[in-house]
Design a protein around this ligand. Structure first.
Ligand SMILES: Cc1cc2nc3c(=O)[nH]c(=O)nc-3n(C[C@H](O)[C@H](O)[C@H](O)COP(=O)(O)OP(=O)(O)OC[C@H]3O[C@@H](n4cnc5c(N)ncnc54)[C@H](O)[C@@H]3O)c2cc1C
Length: 289
């Protein structure tokens, strides 16, 4: 059963920011993207925010632009939009891989990028590749606009720095430059429509035979999607030998703290972090040689 709620349908972003301006808590006004998370939760819990504000239908917030060395996606961009963009395999290969294993076609057509970030799930599949790509998010309210690096956005399980009167309006990352590559792998119990047991994404940039940028992001192995900073440090500034890759993978395993649940035990998830980080580092580095 659904609880009662009001639905606000703004004509554009400015009107939406005006509508959410008085919201003091997420239970006052909840932004509604594609509803593939929010509506499912409303039904499961039988309670909802007093008002839903439809932002997934705001045309200005949908689309992918590549300009001035950055890729910028509007908040209402869907998973299918990512898959359809002709340059995404080059400018965001890990994100493209993630979109390709995300849910099924119907959900991909509706689910938005902002909704995936803002649901705050540690298993949200678009977040590890966005972290690996070095993404930032734009938060807007009537008070102004701020840009937050995605690795500073989450503060814990389903919590973030977003204030109740703010909308996440855009996500952007630098166009990968030089000799660089990124990968994503989702470990699930089946190929389609699976909740991720472990998600890993890596981004490597190399120059002169050494790793000049290393980002390793882990999903579903902690309260929120996380960077494995200590594992990244193992490779940064070094030639990526088999020994160092092995060490980085085992350091990443030590950095995460997965729980046991119906999909997998914490111990299995930890072991798979080591396997997948090693595999993705090897694949990414091999693709650069
Ligand atoms: C059958 C099925 C399969 C699924 N498979 C996957 C999967 O493989 N991988 C995966 O990661 N997820 C999956 N999901 C979960 C869900 O589809 C995704 O998390 C999706 O990206 C949510 O996006 P949405 O636009 O539908 O968000 P919504 O449900 O509309 O919103 C989610 C949350 O984000 C907030 N929000 C939305 N937009 C904004 C905004 N612009 N600013 C601030 N807050 C905002 C909402 O208030 C809400 O709290 C699946 C869901 C279903 C039903």
């Amino acid at each position: 059963m659904y609880a009662d709620f009001d639905l606000l349908i703004p004509e554009g972003l400015n009107q939406a920011l005006g509508m959410i301006a008085k919201s003091k808590a997420d239970t006052d006004i909840a932004p509604l993207g594609g509803g593939t998370n929010l509506v499912v939760e409303m039904r499961a819990r039988g309670k909802a925010a007093a008002t839903l504000l439809s932002v997934g239908q705001i045309a200005d917030l949908r689309g992918i632009e590549i300009a001035d060395g950055r890729v910028t996606m509007g908040a209402a961009t869907t998973v299918s939009d990512i898959l359809r963009h002709p340059r995404m395999p080059d400018v965001g290969s890990a994100l493209f891989e993630s979109a390709g294993v995300f849910a099924g076609q119907m959900v991909r057509n509706t689910a938005t990028v902002a909704g995936n970030i803002c649901c705050g799930s540690p298993a949200a599949d678009l977040v590890p590749p966005l972290l690996a790509l070095g993404a930032s998010v734009t938060l807007q309210s009537q008070r102004g606009e701020r840009t937050v690096p995605l690795d500073k956005y989450f503060t814990g399980y389903k919590t973030s720095v977003r204030k109740p009167d703010e909308l996440l309006t855009a996500i952007s990352w630098p166009v990968p430059a030089g000799k660089s590559a990124s990968r994503f792998y989702k470990l699930g119990r089946r190929k389609g429509d699976a909740i991720t047991m472990v998600g890993v994404s890596v981004f490597i940039e190399m120059a002169g035979g050494v790793c000049t940028t290393v980002r390793i992001a882990l999903g579903a192995v902690g309260p929120c999607v996380m960077r494995a900073g200590k594992a990244e440090a193992v490779l940064l500034g070094k030639a990526p030998t088999a020994e160092l890759i092995e060490k980085a993978a085992s350091v990443a395993e030590g950095e995460c703290a997965p729980i046991d649940d119906i999909r997998a035990s914490g111990a299995y998830r930890k072991q798979q972090v080591q396997v997948l980080v090693r595999r993705l580092l090897n694949q990414t580095i091999e693709s650069l040689s």
